[in-house]
Design a binder for this molecule. Structure first.
Ligand SMILES: [Zn+2]
Length: 220
């Protein structure tokens, strides 16, 4: 038997519309492939019983009671439809309320982040001001005040390296090279313990250089 799919020249789809019921019957007996093409070409035939269609008000009720639909099941069907629509609306409103709640939570969270970022900025500014103030005190020769300010920096900003740097600066100004070098070693310790503190690789190199300058290898 020759397979239907191997006969592309069999009656083309454009011819099928012309075929009567008898011809169609013959076509359907020719093979499955042609039968499928007939089904594709022709709209499904209705016998008037679309299960999704609503009966008319004056039609016999589909429940089979023999009464008109409007006198039988229509009120109940319409009530069920209204209940379904109301339930769908309630679900939509519930989802919308949930979305509003999530939006509100996100806004609250973002506002908190912004406040925190602002506070961190203010903290950074304050640290910078205090840090610069030590330099001014050193330049003015007020070394005791500069040392006190450096220790205050250390106490107040343990998350920054500024305190040890400034204290080292004060020791340098006093000519205490060894104490200064100790402070800069504390900066190196701090940088090692806080790998996320800065992307500036030059910082460690800078303090290593300062230490080497303050503690030259003993002459032999
Ligand atoms: Zn009924």
């Amino acid at each position: 038997m020759q397979h239907a799919a191997a006969q592309p020249a069999s009656p083309g789809p454009r011819d099928l519309g012309e075929i009567g019921v008898e011809g169609e019957q013959q076509m359907m007996e020719c093979g499955i492939g042609q039968q499928l093409s007939i089904q594709r070409m022709r709209p499904p035939r209705f016998d008037g019983a679309d299960p999704m269609a609503k009966p008319g008000r004056n039609d016999p009720c589909p429940c089979g009671s023999g009464n008109k639909y409007k006198k039988c099941c229509q009120p109940k069907d319409e009530a069920a439809e209204r209940d379904g629509l109301a339930a769908a609306q309630a679900r939509r409103e519930e989802r919308a309320a949930e979305q509003r709640q999530r939006d509100h939570e996100l806004h609250t969270e973002v506002a908190a982040w912004l406040r925190q970022a602002e506070e961190e900025d203010l903290l950074d500014d304050a640290l910078e001001d205090a840090s610069n103030a030590v330099i001014d005190l050193v330049k003015a020769g007020k070394l005791d005040e500069a040392e006190a300010a450096s220790r205050a920096l250390l106490a107040r900003y343990p998350q920054a390296h500024d305190g040890w740097d400034r204290l080292g600066m004060v020791h340098e100004a006093r000519g205490n090279s060894r104490e200064a070098a100790d402070c800069y070693r504390r900066v190196l310790d701090f940088l090692r313990d806080h790998p996320d503190y800065t992307d500036d690789d030059g910082l460690a190199t800078l303090y290593t250089g300062l230490i080497a300058k303050l503690e030259p290898p003993a002459a032999t």
